[in-house]
Ligand binder design. Structure first.
Ligand code: 5CA
Ligand code: ZN
Length: 409
């Protein structure tokens, strides 16, 4: 599957700082040591509806990770999936009387447009679940042959107790896991499972649903977690730097994915850091396709909202906090964008070398975008009262804001 075009990332003077980031598994900040090529896997969309501000906020967080790494002169190997076959997508297609492949293609195309408009840097590999199936089948067969998976009425389940590290990503107790599993695509109540939490690896073909050749597994389609594991192992291998997504993916998705991979390879860990973005809400409830309380990136773009303002609205919130989308959030961002543009449009200004370091320091400190915005605000404020005569300053500020925050002034 193709991704979307990359916006150019200006090079900044000096060198960026190494990223310290909050890791869900350890519950604290860790300093990553990625080597010359940093490796990151970010869970992609299930394309049955348009990109909403919650998605955009999560991808914004991982775009910042990429920008911090690029600023340290590293290459970034970024992989993202598209869950282009799954229950909610098929259900939506049936509800709307639409072909499921057309729905997935249309919404994925819109996502690409939204990501391009928001200047999110594309993944190197953008892989659909359907195109990953030939790689998924042998992994499930291997798990079954190793005794880590079992069959139940034709479906194949992963036995979570095979991974001694199961639970290490989310650190939840059994009851909390059971509740979240039921809420997020699992089937803890299904009779015959060895452990109620066991997730499906391969679902036998269902009447009226698409299915693929699964070799010795029979016809069917892949479970959700194994999809991301197959794509990550294929393109990144084990022990990559960051596994990312929204906080609703910590359990079961990232917990199960880590266990699948660890049992498959006998290596630990799947990822060095599990990084999770907070949830964006609308009218007091998590924005979600299933509830329908959504503000779409594409709808704002249609209303002529500058994508740079949307991006600033996301950046005004720390990626780990849960926050609420309101009209005021957007109005503040529009106003900030205008202030910053006025400040960099002057022919000269206050020296900005210190500002570059402040923005770098803020982002390297667990992606503290609000602190980075506050630093640029201070420069813009002083700049508006005149004074400086550094001819290179406005250009340097523009390049900094572009390279590190993805905002084009
Ligand atoms: N396809 C799977 C991941 S493999 C999936 O979760 N797709 S999704 O379309 O439901 O979500 C895509 C990403 O957006 C996930 O990282 C999810 O955690 C994040 N996300 C969904 N809703 C919100 C929200 N309200 N606020 C913040 N992030 C959200
Ligand atoms: Zn995923």
């Amino acid at each position: 599957m193709h991704a979307w075009p990359a916006s150019e990332v200006p090079a900044l003077p000096g060198k960026g700082r190494d990223l310290r980031i909050h890791d869900t598994a350890t519950g604290g900040r860790i300093t990553l040591d990625p080597g010359p090529v940093a490796r990151i896997y970010v869970c992609g969309i299930t394309p049955y509806d348009a990109t909403h501000m919650g998605h955009a906020a999560t991808y914004n967080a991982f775009d910042l990770v990429q920008r911090v790494w690029l600023d340290t002169k590293r290459q970034v190997h970024y992989v993202q999936n598209v869950t282009d076959v799954d229950d909610p997508l098929l259900e939506r297609a049936v509800r709307d009387g639409e072909d499921w492949t057309e729905l997935a293609e249309r919404e994925t195309a819109l996502f690409r447009e939204d990501m391009t408009a928001l200047r999110m840097l594309p993944p190197k590999h953008y892989i659909g679940a359907v195109e990953a199936i030939p790689g998924i089948v042998p992994l499930v067969e291997r798990l079954r042959d190793a005794g880590a998976a079992y069959e139940l009425d034709g479906d194949v389940y992963f036995f979570v107790e095979c991974d001694p590290h199961f639970g290490a990503v989310s650190s939840l107790d059994a009851e909390a896991m059971r509740l979240l599993s039921a809420e997020r695509g699992g089937d803890p109540e299904r009779p015959g499972k060895k452990n109620p939490l066991d997730p499906m690896l391969w679902m036998a073909a269902r009447e009226g649903e698409p299915s693929w050749d699964g070799g010795s597994l029979g016809r069917g389609r892949p479970g959700w977690h194994i999809e991301c594991v197959a794509i990550a192992l294929d393109h990144l291998g084990m022990s990559f730097d960051i596994q990312g997504g929204g906080s609703d993916l910590a359990f079961p998705h990232h917990e199960m994915g880590a266990s699948h991979a660890q049992v498959l390879t006998g290596e630990y860990p799947f990822a060095h850091a599990y990084v999770h973005a907070g949830m964006v809400a609308l009218n007091g409830e998590k924005m979600s396709k299933s509830k329908g309380n959504l503000v779409f990136v594409s709808a704002l773009r249609r209303d002529d909202v500058d994508p740079a303002a949307i991006r600033l609205a996301l950046l005004a919130h720390h990626y780990r906090s849960d926050w609420e989308w309101t009209d005021q959030v957007l109005a503040d961002a529009v106003e900030r964008l205008a202030r910053w543009r006025a400040a960099v449009s002057r022919p000269d200004g206050l020296p900005a070398d210190a500002l570059v370091e402040e923005v770098r320091a803020a982002l390297a400190d667990d992606l503290d975008a609000p602190a980075a915005l506050a630093a640029v605000d201070r420069w813009a404020e002083l700049q508006s009262s005149g004074g400086g005569s550094d001819e290179g300053a406005p250009g340097l500020v523009s390049r900094t804001v572009d390279a590190l925050l993805g905002v084009a002034l």
